[in-house]
Design a protein around this ligand. Sequence first.
Ligand code: 3PG
Length: 307
Amino acid sequence: MKRVLIATEKPFAAAAANQMVEILEKAGYQVQRLEKYASKAELLDAVKDVHAMIVRSDIVDREVLEAAKELKVVVRAGSGFDNLDLIACTEKDIVAMNTPGQNSNAVAELAIGMMIFMSRGQFKGVSGTELKGKTVGVYGCGNIGRRVARIAQGLGMKVVALDPCITKVSMEPYDIKVVQSVDELFSSSEFLSLHIPANDKTKKSVNFDLMSKMPKGATVINTARKEVIDEDGLKKILEERPDFKYISDIAPSNHADLDGKFELRYYSTPKKQGAETSEANVNAGVAAAEQIVAFFESGDQTYRVNR
Ligand code: 3PG
């Protein structure tokens, strides 16, 4: 009998977890749940004899994979998979997957909500500005970026975008202007919404020089990963430009240095909440469970992210 571990330090909504268990049990699998675990030791113990695991942002590093002797497939219920050690997965013949698109709308809605929150003085009763007619730069045009673009267009915003994987042609149906360089993206954007993954190329790439190119009164919205920001550069631009704003769904490592110092210009959520909706949890969790069943029953590797 296949054993599947659902290991979530930040648990799925009950509706999602129940549906996931139902799908996996119906396939004849045994399901184990490890939620809100406080130490890595608990995870190392839980993975010992499972054949599959589903995680969210939980770190699945080499040590975890070494401990999971029977593991054949790990599914990150979500889009970013920087928490999985893909090289170790490949070495151990473990298939790693994500569930692209399943939580995109939740993250996109949060990004738009953050733009409104910042342009309206964090709802503290001051006079703000409107989004209509402004330009939003979408950096990373995957499922989330494209959804942000679509909602922003509904608000009357202009959208410019850049993504290493898209071409001008492929974005034409979305009425999105694709710019040629990251400098052009930042210099044309009053709002800049980050949707790039954290990898060796992107880490710390959003730096002081880039942010300095943004027009007066600019806001950077980060619902991606804190690692893509050069945090010293962020501090410097907040100090040097009294018009510059930054909002993040993930507190930067230097949060204590920034918090309270730049009133109405800096904000980070106390806990990552982009994908924290029951809809996103159900979509991503159910997709993960179904992908595991499809993998074991028919060898389906559609959403494999390691080679
Ligand atoms: C993702 O990459 O899918 C999002 O960042 C959501 O992450 P979470 O499942 O940890 O909330």
